[in-house]
Design a protein around this ligand. Structure first.
Ligand SMILES: [Zn+2]
Length: 397
């Protein structure tokens, strides 16, 4: 037997009593319920039966509403039900606001709503065609808010399929019996199985918060009622904090951030230039202290203070300044090695490094002029020396 649907006869009913009429593991059905089952883009109601949380509500093909609840109950028991009313009222605000916004897009631009999703964060509608300009979306938002301020009543009537005034409807019904028509007096008429507020004054405002093209349609994201009001508060607080940080009035926050970012970019460029300058001076010191192997300068050192990027820059720079072999060790876990050899030195530094680190359980390799590797920290210094010896041997051969 179908569940008596209190959410239709009185969408504001949020407490009720009912008899248990069916059970299955984790779920139970009642003779009547105020819990709205997920459907038509509107999420399931949550709440409590006795003191047990109802975490989902679904309707089956026989019109029976099932409540997901861990309540030990027997057929015939009387239970007290209570909705999570803040959640449900939010859904009613979002859902009714959607009717107004969809009608606004239809009236202004003949843009039909072909999708609706009431999410945890935002609500979206998909408009067929998807080619509206930002100013047109703004016009629809403006019209919606003007209509919301008019506080028009929202009425519901059930009609037989042959009595549906199809020509007046924004969209045609998707069911073939018990058709519920939701009328926003003089503005919108639409078949819908959701729950709605009694008049538009209960919504107050709607704000579009995004639009994007989605598979050929235009997806509009919005917030209505309490969600929009809360969002205004969050954004106001964020902007006020930003304005205080920047010591600028709210309305100047964006240009002020742009100026700060431009300054940061300029400083980063300057800093990177200075860093290279310091490194090249350091490279000159390294070269002055290099060991000569014939006519090749051999620079072998540990760089405990340098980053890998700095070591690579130094090694590359030094190898470009004449016949040079550079081997740097960066003591870290793992111990990293960076090595370069000028092209005219004629040794394959990548192969030498690969073979040396492999002896100590490390990995690495590279080209004939540039290589990189890593070994466990405990074998770092040994590897550094071994690699230097391998290079010296390769030079003599
Ligand atoms: Zn609806």
């Amino acid at each position: 037997m179908q569940t008596r649907k209190l959410y239709y006869s009185d969408p504001y009913a949020h407490t009720f009593t009912a008899k248990v009429v069916a059970l299955k593991p984790g779920w139970l059905a009642l003779d009547q319920t105020a819990f709205y089952p997920e459907g038509g883009g509107q999420p399931a109601d949550h709440g409590w039966l006795q003191d047990q949380a109802v975490t989902d509500t679904q309707i089956d093909e026989h019109g029976v509403v099932w409540h997901q609840v861990a309540l030990p109950a027997a057929i015939g028991d009387t239970v007290a039900g209570r909705l999570d009313w803040l959640r449900r009222f939010d859904h009613m605000q979002q859902h009714t606001a959607q009717h107004v916004l969809s009608q606004a897009f239809w009236q202004l631009f003949k843009a039909a709503t072909v999708g609706f999703h009431l999410g945890e964060q935002v609500v979206t509608i998909d408009l067929a065609g998807g080619n509206l300009a930002a100013e047109q979306v703004q016009q629809a938002e403006d019209l919606t808010n003007a209509v919301l301020r008019s506080k028009l009543p929202v009425r519901c009537q059930e009609v037989a399929p042959d009595a549906v005034p199809a020509a007046q409807l924004r969209k045609l019904p998707q069911v073939d019996k018990d058709i519920r028509l939701i009328e926003i007096a003089g503005f919108d008429l639409c078949p819908c199985g959701g729950t709605h507020v009694r008049d538009l004054g209960e919504i107050g405002l709607l704000k579009v918060v995004g639009s994007e093209n989605k598979r050929g349609n235009l997806r509009i994201a919005f917030l209505a009622g309490q969600r929009a009001y809360r969002d205004y508060g969050i954004k106001h607080n964020q902007l006020a904090s930003l304005s205080a940080l920047l010591s600028e009035p709210l309305e100047n926050a964006v240009p002020a951030v742009e100026r700060v970012l431009a300054k940061v970019n300029e400083l980063e460029r300057e800093c990177s230039h200075l860093r290279e300058r310091v490194l090249t001076l350091e490279a000159d010191d390294f070269r002055a202290a290099a060991e000569a192997l014939g006519n090749v300068a051999c620079i072998v050192r540990e760089l405990p203070e340098h980053s890998l990027a700095e070591a690579k820059f130094l090694a590359g720079y030094l190898a470009e300044q004449g016949a040079t072999i550079v081997i740097f060790g960066l003591p870290d876990e793992p111990y990293r090695l960076v090595a370069t050899a000028s092209a005219n030195v004629g040794i394959a530094i990548g192969g030498l490094l690969k073979a040396t680190v492999a002896q100590y359980g490390g990995k690495g390799g590279g080209s004939s002029t540039s290589a990189q590797g890593a070994v466990p920290c405990s074998s770092g210094q040994i590897t550094l020396k071994e690699l230097a010896q391998a290079c010296a041997k390769a030079l003599n051969d």
